[in-house]
Design a protein around this ligand. Structure first.
Ligand code: PGA
Length: 238
């Protein structure tokens, strides 16, 4: 199956609502064992309690620090996530680049630290250009570091391709454009490429059917259990 990542962002505000949302998602999913490729990225605070009730999905953090321990007030390390039993962590989301002023150097260090702790980083790469050739210039700059990581470590990496104009806009990027961009990414680094940006249950199949697209990363639509579960069911068939 392909990957489906829910990015809950800074939602919901209550633990009880987070537990309800996860339970509802699982209620709408077909039975069976835990799926490595259905991933819910929840706020840090909720990860521990959610880990106790997650039966069908894997959990992810939305961010991580670049050191494993020490005098870094307010930070969460890759080792901490690993010891919680987590496998995945998102790194470099465009909202963190914007609001937390994370630059490529910081993001590269986070990817390295996550890999060192044995995690699978989901590296988000955002582009602003609407033509594939112009976007490729942006992609090369954001992927230069990871393309040089050793093949053994690189194999654990996932890329989330997220054009900035598509995130939170309600207007997902053209599936052909996404497929071509994913092919360009594969020329730079051969790891699974997910698409993110206003994906919902009506559009997910447009991306999941593309050979070069290994999955979708879903923001606002993932806060609706029924809609998110519908996207997962599409991915299970893809
Ligand atoms: P969206 O968010 O689906 O709400 O556009 C996607 C993302 O930011 O990862």
């Amino acid at each position: 199956m392909k990957y489906v990542v829910a990015n809950w962002k800074m939602n919901p505000t209550k633990l009880l609502d987070a537990e309800r949302l996860l339970s509802n998602i699982e209620k709408h999913l077909p039975g069976g064992t835990k799926k490595e490729r259905i991933i819910v990225a929840a706020p840090f605070l909720f990860l521990h309690p959610l880990a106790h009730i997650a039966n069908k999905v894997s959990l992810a953090a939305q961010n991580v620090f670049w050191e494993q321990s020490g005098a870094f007030t307010g930070e969460i390390s890759p080792e901490m996530l690993r010891h919680l039993g987590l496998r995945y962590v998102m790194v470099g989301h465009s909202e963190r680049r914007l609001h937390n002023l994370e630059d490529q150097k910081v993001i590269n260090r986070k990817v390295d630290a996550a890999l060192a702790a044995g995690l699978r980083p989901i590296l988000a790469v955002g582009t602003t250009k609407r033509t594939v050739s112009a976007a490729t210039v942006e992609l090369r700059a954001q992927l230069r570091h990871v393309s040089r990581i050793s093949p053994a470590k690189r194999a654990r990496l996932l890329i989330a391709f997220e054009p900035l104009f598509a995130i939170g806009s309600g207007k997902p990027a053209d599936p052909d454009y996404v497929a071509m961009a994913a092919q360009q990414i594969h020329r730079i680094i051969d790891v699974p490429v997910l698409y993110g940006g206003s994906v919902d249950d009506a559009t997910a199949h447009e991306y999941l059917k593309q050979k070069s697209v290994a999955g979708v990363l879903v923001g606002s639509a993932s806060l609706n259990a029924r809609i998110f579960a519908a996207i997962v069911r599409t991915a299970l068939k893809a």
